[in-house]
Ligand binder design. Structure first.
Ligand code: HEM
Length: 387
């Protein structure tokens, strides 16, 4: 990428990709950092769903798992464990929100809130103190969330190595005396990964990867939901939309996944461009969610569109087709619960909010300050249908 382009991309990645799309002569847009992105929403949906581009192992797990079957089983096992653990998440959420300062700096405060509520589900309290301490530091010091400075990223690499080695020891111990029921995400992963196929170290890496895949997009999506709802409803009255619709609309308006990639399996022409096997073709959830004609007023933030039947275009925040995120429904519930907990008997306002994202681990809001003011003795702030 040329320096001027880099600058424009940093200033507003969404405007940048919009401009690339508008100025492209073909429906497959060449990306300055390499590869292509499909501009047309219907063509993009085909790329995500067509078995031709979606067979074999998914890119998500890299080469960590031996077969597609094991990939699917890991996704389902972790999803099932999280679904069964929703009450524990809610209980911790109540405590975490009660301890949230009246003024907090987001998205970092939201990142820590989400991680705190998930920490015991990722590694149960009976895990070694050292492993839990390293996991906590990993969330705070750049292993989970992108660290802006070079020295922080170097420190994160050291921390990551320490965490993987502590987790590897956990895996070894747990494999020697397996739990009858999963107590955390690590048990869920080990329940489907046989030692003959997945080494202790790989299982440890898988646990860290899954932990990030859960915590990071939930944190970013919660921050977007808080920010967008506050920016679009500034009066003193409670938000006029149910939390569930705010979350859904925030994930449409500012989807956290930036690009969903598929590897081309054989020579083919797509969107006016010839592709060779092994080349990468991506889909932009942001472009798909902002296609005129598929959504009514796509540039408007309108949570109530989710109660209207003909309002929906292709919604791909969680992907689509055979590689769709198995955690989509549970993530939606975790987010709705989190937003409801934040607005219960409180008024939220933001200072410094901006709808332009930064690209870190996906699309993340720029820093803003959240004021959470109690509505002492006021009406229940949860709109009808919000819980
Ligand atoms: C807001 C939260 C989340 C977002 C935005 C999100 C988004 C995504 C996206 C875009 C994909 C790739 C889909 C594709 O390439 O078509 C994906 C894959 C995946 N996600 Fe999520 N995800 C979230 C939460 C979760 C949670 C809570 C879990 C826990 C089970 C999870 C587990 C997975 C797995 C295992 C895959 C790989 C699926 C496969 O390749 O078979 N995600 N997610």
């Amino acid at each position: 990428m040329r320096p001027g382009e880099k600058c424009r991309f940093r200033r507003d990645p969404l405007e940048y990709i919009d401009n690339l799309c508008r100025s492209s002569a073909t429906q497959a847009i060449r990306l300055p950092w390499g590869g292509y992105c499909v501009g047309d929403a219907d063509l993009a949906q085909t790329l995500l769903r067509d078995p031709e581009y979606n067979t074999g192992k998914s890119r998500f797990f890299n080469e960590l798992l031996p077969t597609r079957q094991t990939q699917v089983e890991v996704g389902h096992a972790v999803r099932n464990f999280l679904r069964a653990s929703l009450p524990q998440y809610s209980a911790e959420l109540g405590r975490a929100v009660a301890e949230l300062p009246a003024v907090s700096r987001w998205p970092s405060a939201g990142n820590m809130l989400v991680h705190r509520c998930l920490a015991n589900l990722l590694l149960h309290p009976g895990s070694t103190v050292r492993t839990r301490r390293l996991a906590d530091q990993a969330a705070r010091k750049g292993v989970f969330f992108h660290a802006p400075r070079t020295w922080q990223r170097a420190r994160a690499e050291v921390l990551r190595a320490q965490l993987i080695s502590a987790l590897t020891e956990q895996v070894r111990n747990r494999r020697e005396s397996p739990a009858s029921e999963p107590r955390d995400v690590l048990d869920a992963v080990l329940g489907v990964c046989r030692p003959a196929e997945v080494t202790d170290r790989t299982a440890a890496e898988l646990h860290l990867m899954m932990s990030r895949a859960i915590v990071v997009p939930i944190s970013a999506s919660l921050a977007w939901s808080v920010l967008l709802a506050c920016l679009h409803h500034t009066s003193d009255t409670p938000w006029p939309w149910p939390a569930d619709q705010i979350v859904r609309e925030s994930l449409r308006y500012r989807p956290t996944p930036w690009m969903l990639g598929r590897t081309i399996p054989h020579p083919v022409d797509i969107g006016g461009v010839s592709f060779q096997p092994g080349e990468l073709l991506s889909v932009s959830p942001y472009l798909m969610h902002h296609t005129e004609g598929q959504w009514t007023a796509p540039e408007a933030f309108r949570p109530d569109r989710w109660s209207e039947p003909d309002e929906h275009g292709h919604y791909v925040t969680f992907g689509a087709g055979p590689y769709t995120c198995p955690g989509a429904a549970v993530a939606q519930t975790l987010l709705t619960d989190s937003l409801n907990a934040l607005i219960r008997n409180a008024r939220l306002t933001v200072i410094g909010g901006d709808t332009r994202p930064v690209m870190a681990e996906g699309s993340v809001p720029r820093p803003f300050t959240l004021h959470r003011t109690p509505r002492c003795g006021g009406p229940d702030t949860t709109p009808q249908g919000g819980e």
